[in-house]
Write a protein that binds this ligand. Structure first.
Ligand code: NAP
Ligand code: ZN
Ligand code: ZN
Length: 383
């Protein structure tokens, strides 16, 4: 993975997400000829290769950049989808990782918000156009001209694929760097950068609060943060799980009820009773079973991103004017708001710390829904 500062190659196309023509149409021209440095990382060479040690190149900080020594990186199921090309647009070699917490080691001459030594975070976004209506509204994740994802997009400076946080360091423009509240455990805060904001944002948008019955589907990385936030927002929280053994944990995390979704009678008992359901399942599953649980005019929001389409039946939706919608991470202002909310309420992720060289085993455990409830890589293990 070399810094292609003098590469004559044509600018590459942005490819995430693959479903949106407006994203796919955009291309970036490398802005200048940055100088690069090497940093250690873990990368996948193909959809079927395990992740293994690699050396990658990052740009040296430009005037507006912050260089970050990565201390911890959470392991999102999106990392696995991406490393194994389950969404169909991965370019190899790839470096996943977008739940990054670290310490600032250098700042560009124009940086005003951060200084060397600050504890900071980087989530799923490292840049966007900043001028379209969505960017101006602080919804950079819906940028009309193509957000730059932490991995799997085209780096605006280098013209090569962006490489994520399974690495010793990263360089990010200061506007896409976040502050981590001082009272939060750094490792347990890392998953807030994706699992946290992805569950916080739709619940804020749909105004989840007291007096509402809220369902969270799947007790994984996203789901367990969904339970915590729904509880903190004052809702009555029901956790749906395929793993009966997670029931006690779900209650400890803030669920008032636990429903084993494979038990028909338990599901039937909940029919037509929910104001809002957040579905955070990483695999294909029967979405209609959850539409049936909504009240009239209530909403099921999908944040899970399985590679294969879900079949949605018409009648459960139209008979009670129910909605089925989606939500993608969150913009920079709301991500900072979520982090500050977590600081004020002492909310972090429940984590299992792993070494970098345990990542392939961690992926297999994630596929078996055997994570309590987010793996976080101790990046010192990559030294
Ligand atoms: P995860 O930690 O693996 O959790 C997924 C959970 O889904 C599992 O723990 C399991 O919970 C449940 N599950 C797994 N397979 C299932 C199946 N076949 N049927 C029913 N339930 C099943 O994954 P994650 O990191 O939370 O990510 C979840 C999904 O969200 C992924 O697809 C990821 O790519 C996506 N994602 C989307 C966004 C966004 O912006 N929209 C952001 C981040 C991640 P139980 O054991 O409780 O059943
Ligand atoms: Zn993620
Ligand atoms: Zn934009």
């Amino acid at each position: 993975m070399r810094c292609e500062k003098n590469s004559p190659k044509a600018p590459r196309k942005l490819q995430f997400p693959p479903v949106s023509p407006s994203f796919a149409a955009v291309s970036f021209h490398p802005m200048s000829k940055p100088v690069c440095y090497s940093t250690k990382a873990f990368s996948a060479a193909s959809a079927s290769s395990p992740l293994s040690p690699a050396t990658i190149e990052r740009r040296k900080p430009t005037a507006s950049d912050v260089q970050i020594q990565i201390l911890y990186c959470g392991v999102c199921h999106s990392d696995l989808h991406f490393a194994r090309n389950e969404w169909g647009f991965t370019e190899y070699p790839c470096v996943p990782g977008h739940e990054i917490v670290g310490r600032v080691t250098a700042v560009g001459s124009g940086v005003t918000k951060f200084k060397v030594g600050d504890t900071v975070g980087v989530g799923c976004l490292v840049d966007s156009c900043r001028t379209c209506p969505n960017c101006r509204a602080g919804l950079e994740q819906y940028c009309d001209n193509g957000m730059v994802m932490t991995y799997g997009s085209t780096d605006k400076h280098l013209g090569t694929p962006t490489l994520g946080g399974y690495a010793q360091s990263i360089v990010v423009t200061e506007d896409f760097v976040l502050r981590i509240p001082a009272n939060l455990d750094l490792a347990a805060a890392a998953p807030l950068l994706c699992a946290g904001i992805t569950t916080f944002s739709p619940m804020r948008h749909w105004k989840v609060g007291p007096g509402q019955k809220v369902g969270i589907v799947g007790l994984g990385g996203l789901g367990h943060m969904g339970v915590k936030f729904a509880h903190a927002f004052g809702a009555h929280v029901v956790l749906f799980t395929t793993s009966p053994g997670k029931a006690a944990d779900a209650r400890r995390l803030g669920a008032h009820e636990v429903v084993v979704s494979t038990d028909e009678a338990q599901m039937q008992a909940q029919a037509g009773s929910f104001d809002f359901i957040l579905d955070a399942v990483a695999a294909t599953h029967d979405i209609n079973a959850y539409v049936n649980l909504l009240k009239r005019d209530a909403n099921l929001v999908l944040v899970g991103a399985p590679g294969k389409p879900l079949a949605v039946a018409a009648f459960p939706l139209i008979f009670r004017r129910r909605s089925f919608s989606g939500s993608l991470i969150g913009g920079l202002p709301e991500t900072q708001e979520m982090l500050d909310f977590c600081g004020a309420h002492n909310i972090t992720s429940d984590i299992e710390m792993i070494r970098m060289d345990q990542i392939n085993v961690a992926y297999e455990r994630m596929l078996r829904s055997d994570v309590k409830y987010r793996f976080v890589i101790d990046m010192a293990s990559l030294a």
